[in-house]
Write a protein that binds this ligand. Structure first.
Ligand SMILES: [Zn+2]
Length: 304
């Protein structure tokens, strides 16, 4: 049996929101077993928004959640860091709607979680183990999960840009591989889109400090962190969006040209497809829980 985990002690940082450009205080606080990852708006009476697909609200350029008209935005990089570090339960306090963008990657959140430390809880962790394929395609965009003994991601992208005609990577996701291979990969954007975003009041906090910006022929930043940093960042986004399922997934995620909209639509579909997975109590355990337990855990999908 694998145990659930939280963080050992509270830890905080300050950053800016990518879209608002506003300063935001972020604190991570330990939470009890079974409570999951919950956002809390300290500027709005500590109103809580659980990080589950039922609270999905807005997937324009980043993933947002809302409950009773209170929203939190750009949650995906922090969620990816938390689930990849095995943090099942935590309270994420924010002093404004947006999770700080930090350097555009998940590396600063990894550092924060490592500083806080990980604490084992006296409660069993449950995994969602894929037993039959689940897939969605929208035009040339595709995403699917296949049975596998491990959580593995294959991602491929292709854009109409000389640097990004095709990138593809497959990686088995462990805490170590996430920290080394995925967490440092930064978000990216195209220079031609930046002006449009600004005119719409978005990306006001964006700069070369927190995003890789692609000009017509190359990258405006001095250097990339990986030759294929772009596809690695897509894997990071997919892991963060898949966290909204509410259980660590055991399966092989395969995505082509997907994005937040398709990732989150897929997260909802996974929970609907109750015949395609089982809840298991250890990552390598083949024993399955009683079906009633699984069905009760599959919450209905809610539109926006
Ligand atoms: Zn991202």
């Amino acid at each position: 049996m694998d145990a659930q985990h939280t963080i050992r002690r509270q830890i905080s940082c300050v950053g800016i929101g990518l879209h608002s450009g506003n300063k935001v205080h972020l604190s991570l606080k330990p939470a009890v077993a079974g409570s999951g990852i919950r956002f809390r708006r300290t500027d709005l009476g500590d109103h809580e928004v659980p990080a589950t697909i039922q609270h999905l609200a807005g997937i324009q350029l980043a993933t947002g959640l809302a409950r009773d008209q209170v929203s939190v935005e750009t949650v995906e990089h922090l969620l990816a860091a938390l689930v990849s570090m095995g943090v099942d339960n935590v309270i994420v306090e924010l002093s404004s709607p947006e999770v700080p963008i930090m350097d555009g990657s998940a590396a600063p959140f990894i550092y924060l979680i490592q500083e806080a430390g990980i604490k084992r809880l006296q409660s069993c962790r449950r995994y969602l183990k894929i037993v039959r394929p689940i897939a969605i395609s929208r035009g040339d965009k595709r995403i699917a999960l296949y049975p596998s003994d491990h959580f593995k991601v294959t991602y491929s992208i292709s854009y109409d840009h000389p640097l990004l005609r095709h990138q593809s990577r497959t990686l088995r996701i462990t805490e170590e591989s996430f920290i080394e291979e995925i967490a440092p990969a930064r978000t990216f954007t195209f220079l031609k889109d930046v002006e449009m975003l600004r005119q719409n009041g978005l990306a006001l906090g964006g700069s070369l400090e927190n995003a890789v910006v692609l000009g017509e022929t190359g990258v405006l930043n001095n250097a990339l962190r990986f030759e294929d940093e772009f596809v690695r960042h897509k894997i990071l986004d997919a892991i963060g969006d898949l966290a909204l399922v509410g259980y660590p997934v055991i399966g092989h995620l395969v995505a082509h040209r997907a994005g937040h909209a398709l990732h989150t639509e897929f997260a909802a579909k996974i929970l609907e497809e109750t015949q395609s997975w089982r809840l298991v109590e250890a990552s390598l355990d083949t024993a399955v829980l009683p079906l009633a337990s699984a069905v009760n855990s599959a919450a209905p999908r809610l539109a926006n």
